[in-house]
Design a protein around this ligand. Sequence first.
Ligand code: 5GP
Ligand code: ZN
Length: 118
Amino acid sequence: MSDCLFCKIAAKEIPSTMVYEDELVYCFKDIAPIAPVHYLVIPKEHIACAGEITAENSSVVSHIFEVIAKIAKDEGIDNGFRVITNCGEDAGQTVHHLHFHLLAGVKMGWGVDAVKPE
Ligand code: 5GP
Ligand code: ZN
């Protein structure tokens, strides 16, 4: 998609700090990290969010999880990590290209911080 930020990042039209790349997947550092390790793993193919995964495009998702396991090993993430994908407004998705946040390097809490209604 021509106006998609992460399509442009995957195509190297917008710079990013690369962590891993292959023909299907790109992984780069989040510009505003919320943990000592905060990477984003994206398919190079444009998929809007997890709600758009189908039998036709889902193989890249299993590949992404193989890549995440490899990155964790290669980067020495040996005390655990968390993978998050936000889909849609209630989840707070801000970039509408499927991405998996890989978070590590800190003991994490668990929960949903509900945004107060205006
Ligand atoms: P979301 O809120 O959609 O789940 O996550 C989008 C993520 O993309 C955020 O964590 C945000 O910091 C990150 N992000 C937004 N724009 C850029 C950018 O231009 N470069 C990089 N590296 N990360 C970005
Ligand atoms: Zn895109």
